[in-house]
Design a protein around this ligand. Structure first.
Ligand code: PMT
Length: 401
């Protein structure tokens, strides 16, 4: 059982998804965790405390002023006891309270006192979730290291359809297991990751780019930080928040800027992962004014090659450094990736056939084949977070050779 010996405080707030928290409670117990449940007053309107008491096999805490079972100050005792604090469902209200440090009932008070990892599974109407106030609170909580699972898209109890459904209990359990089993096997290592696309300016309003979202590289940076590494993330323009724990984040726009940033950071890194999709070509001339239509239905741009960052880093790699690249291929994936591994002097390359559904650009999953000079290993379709863990495992193993 993956959670044997682990202490989970499950906070249940007032939403219809509270009934699904019963299933979560049961799954946590089956996985071996000891569970204590705190319910808000509103949560008790949706599900009777007795249900959770039966599932957790322990009295439910609902009221700050109820006589404690023991003489310890209960909200502090539970906060200290917890290895993980999971809030499911998490309403907009509890997110706002924690974001502002409000402690006005047992759940919010215990939550504020907790020093363990906190996992939130939001559930609310789409309008509430998308409200700038909720989004600002979510961003501020994320920046402080609170983890989120969901919300998912789908049919909501209010009849609307959209973002706001609480994640399935199985997914919340998986997120809890991931947090509680986090390895710290990269402590003391410096990891440099690049991610996202680059933009090559054509004129003041246009650029050449590609479909990279940064999800693959950000997942690698996040996983390395969770495993204790000192992470530097150099990123092209993306729509993602810098993952919690990343020590240094550098924003760049063009391939030339990415090249300069990577050159600057390279010598201080032990493991370098090149998941960015730098534009290979850039216009020879950047027009100072917006280019007008030429009147002949055509526009010719003359492009030159950008520097190959991976090849430049490969050429100056020092003993002990592990350099991992990606190969985004549309044909002959393994052959082309092998050629890049050799040409760029990489220690490993993760080949992804970006034509395959569920792989490559701007999706949450990827299908990669790890190739080294000694062999190759094809992985099935996985979440990018899982690919990130697998890639880091292989990079660590290469260091020990
Ligand atoms: O960002 P996502 O939406 O999550 O998508 C992930 C991804 C598809 C971008 C990622 O999985 C990936 O494949 N990244 C590499 C993209 C790429 O540029 O592949 P490539 O085969 O053209 O280049 C091979 C390697 O050389 C890559 O490590 C690349 O970062 C590097 N390179 C490429 C060109 C260049 N001028 N300099 C480089 O360093």
């Amino acid at each position: 059982m993956s959670l044997t010996g682990k202490h989970v405080v499950l906070g249940v707030t007032g939403g219809i998804a509270a009934y699904k928290a019963c299933d979560l409670c049961s799954r946590l117990r089956k996985a071996g965790a000891e569970v204590r449940v705190i319910m808000t007053k509103n949560a008790c309107q949706f599900v009777a405390p007795l249900t959770f008491e039966t599932l957790a096999n322990y009295p439910v805490v609902c009221d700050t002023f109820a006589r404690p079972e023991t003489w310890e100050v209960e909200h502090i005792a539970l906060a200290k006891w917890a290895d993980l604090f999971a809030i499911a469902p998490a309403t907009a209200n509890i997110m706002a309270k924690l974001a502002c440090g409000i402690a006005d009932d047992m759940l919010s008070t215990t939550l504020l006192a907790a020093r363990c990892p906190v996992l939130m599974a939001p559930a609310m109407n789409t309008g509430m979730w998308e409200n700038p106030a909720t989004q600002t609170n979510a961003a501020s909580l994320r920046a402080r290291g609170i983890r989120f699972v969901g919300p998912d898209d789908g049919h909501l109890a209010c009849g609307d359809s959209g973002a706001g459904r609480m994640s399935e209990p199985a997914d919340i359990l998986a997120a809890a297991e991931k947090i509680l089993s986090a390895k710290r096997d990269m402590a003391g290592l410096r990891v440099l990751v690049n991610a996202g696309p680059t933009r090559e300016r054509i004129d003041p309003v246009r650029y050449i780019s590609n479909f990279s979202s940064g999800k693959m590289g950000y997942a690698i940076a996040e996983a390395a930080a969770e495993r204790g590494a000192d992470v530097t993330l150099v990123s092209g323009p993306v729509n993602l928040a810098v993952p919690y724990g990343v020590k240094t984040a550098v924003s760049v726009s063009s391939t030339e800027e990415l090249y300069q940033a990577m050159l600057e950071k390279f010598s201080q890194a032990d493991i370098i992962v090149l998941s960015a999709a730098p534009a290979d070509f850039t216009p020879v001339h950047v027009a100072e004014e917006k280019i007008k239509k030429q009147g002949n239905g055509m526009l010719t741009l003359v492009l030159r090659e950008n520097p190959d960052i991976a090849a430049a880093l490969g050429a100056q790699k020092m003993p002990g450094q592990i350099l991992v690249g990606f190969a985004a291929e549309t044909e002959n994936t393994v052959e082309n990736a092998r050629a890049k591994l050799a040409k760029k002097n990489l220690d490993m390359i993760a080949a992804n056939d970006v034509m395959m559904p569920g792989a490559g650009f701007d999706v949450d999953t990827n299908i990669v084949t790890f190739i080294t000079k000694d062999g190759m290993e094809a992985l099935p379709m996985m979440q990018k977070s899982q690919v990130a863990e697998a890639l880091l495992d292989r990079a660590l193993a290469l260091r020990l050779r």
